[in-house]
Design a protein around this ligand. Structure first.
Ligand SMILES: NC(=O)C1=CN([C@@H]2O[C@H](COP(=O)(O)OP(=O)(O)OC[C@H]3O[C@@H](n4cnc5c(N)ncnc54)[C@H](OP(=O)(O)O)[C@@H]3O)[C@@H](O)[C@H]2O)C=CC1
Ligand SMILES: Nc1nc(=O)c2c([nH]1)NC[C@@H]1CN(c3ccc(C(=O)N[C@@H](CCC(=O)O)C(=O)O)cc3)C=[N+]21
Length: 298
């Protein structure tokens, strides 16, 4: 049996298209474009690429993109001062600080400084608290994009056993919360989990968000399971390659033989993250400008 390949890239393109239409209408009503500011500290080449592609996608969706690239030795005070400036700038609707930050910076203090109504990454205490309480609010992009793919694939998630591998604030925890809200039965696994393959074998839904290349193997999966591979790992270049291959946390070749459906890397969750970031930004822009956006409009 060969699994259905879940085409995140195509789903994301559709979402970006709808965001683009809403953004066009927003500009006409508000007399300004919706704006997203992305802050990058240091010159990690992979992060540079993400920031560049986010910027292009933002402009393509009829929104304004503000990129702030700061030196790797930027001080906490200077970074907080930039956040304060963006908080007070009416042309900025969303602020994303690319994580991880260099070690000398206090990540949570920086994220906490973002005003909740511009928290398009859903990482401030207000956003995480609202998600925990089941209230409307900004939801982190990768988990929300993953949930969209799951609902598209499966319809109702009610009563399904879901195993999330990883418990980060950015991915694992909010993913588990969303699955719980969708009435799945949720298990969260992490680096101290015992008998991980056995736990994963019980799952109808597996979300892998670990950061370990091709960790999840064929015999970890129940026949027909739906697999969401969040991992983005760059392998070392093979002979004759200049750049190593990009792989997920799941061994795609093996898993495809048992899973019912699976997201590829690249072309799965990654493009959804960017599309949902734009979606969150247009939602924030409507709130910030006091313009109604119908429930379920996007
Ligand atoms: N596709 C996309 O859009 C995105 C992809 N990513 C990718 O997703 C992956 C995870 O990202 P993120 O959540 O930020 O990573 P973190 O490093 O913050 O978290 C990794 C989690 O995996 C757990 N873990 C580590 N090793 C094991 C193991 N051997 N067995 C079980 N659990 C383990 C850790 O457990 P513990 O808590 O005990 O340390 C931790 O909870 C990365 O590859 C990242 O690049 C991230 C964001 C967006
Ligand atoms: N505050 C914060 N929020 C984030 O959401 C965040 C972050 N920090 N730090 C880094 C991770 C990583 N991340 C990705 C987004 C898109 C792709 C993506 O589009 N990937 C393409 C391939 C890209 C390529 O070829 O390099 C794909 O999977 O098809 C990947 C990874 C967001 N992150």
């Amino acid at each position: 049996m060969s699994a259905t390949r879940i085409d995140g890239k195509a789903f994301a393109a559709g979402l970006r298209e709808r965001v683009g239409v809403l953004a066009e209408e927003f500009s006409a009503k508000a007399g300004r474009k919706a704006g997203l500011a992305v802050v990058l500290v240091g010159d990690d080449p992979a992060s540079q690429v993400y920031v560049g592609s986010k910027g292009k996608a933002t402009v393509a969706a009829n929104m304004a993109s503000f990129e702030h690239k700061l030196a790797g030795d930027t001080s906490q005070a200077d970074l907080l001062a930039l956040i304060d400036r963006l908080n007070g700038d009416d042309s900025v609707d969303g602020i994303l600080v690319q994580l991880p930050l260099p070690d000398h910076l206090d990540e949570q203090a920086v994220v906490d400084r973002i005003v909740p109504n511009k928290d398009v990454d859903g990482l401030t205490p207000v956003s995480t608290g609202r998600l925990a309480l089941g209230l409307n609010g900004m939801v982190p992009c990768t988990p929300l994009g993953s949930l969209m793919l799951l609902k598209d694939q499966l319809g109702s998630l009610e009563g399904l056993n879901a195993v999330v591998i990883g418990r980060s604030i950015l991915v694992g925890k909010p993913m588990a919360q969303l699955l719980l809200d969708a009435n799945a039965t949720v298990t969260i696994a992490h680096s101290r989990t015992k008998d991980l393959p056995e736990i994963v074998r019980r799952a109808d839904i597996v979300v892998a968000a670990v950061g370990r290349p091709e960790m999840v193997k064929r015999d970890w999966l129940k026949e027909g399971a739906t697999v969401i591979d969040v991992g983005i790992n760059r392998l070392a270049p093979a002979e004759g390659e200049t750049k190593g291959r990009l792989v997920g946390d799941v061994d795609f070749g093996e898993a495809s033989e048992v899973a019912g459906a699976i997201t590829p890397v690249p072309g799965g969750v990654g493009p959804m993250t960017i599309a949902v970031l734009l979606r969150n930004t247009i939602v924030a822009a409507h709130h910030n400008a006091g313009i109604d956006l119908a429930e379920g409009a996007i």
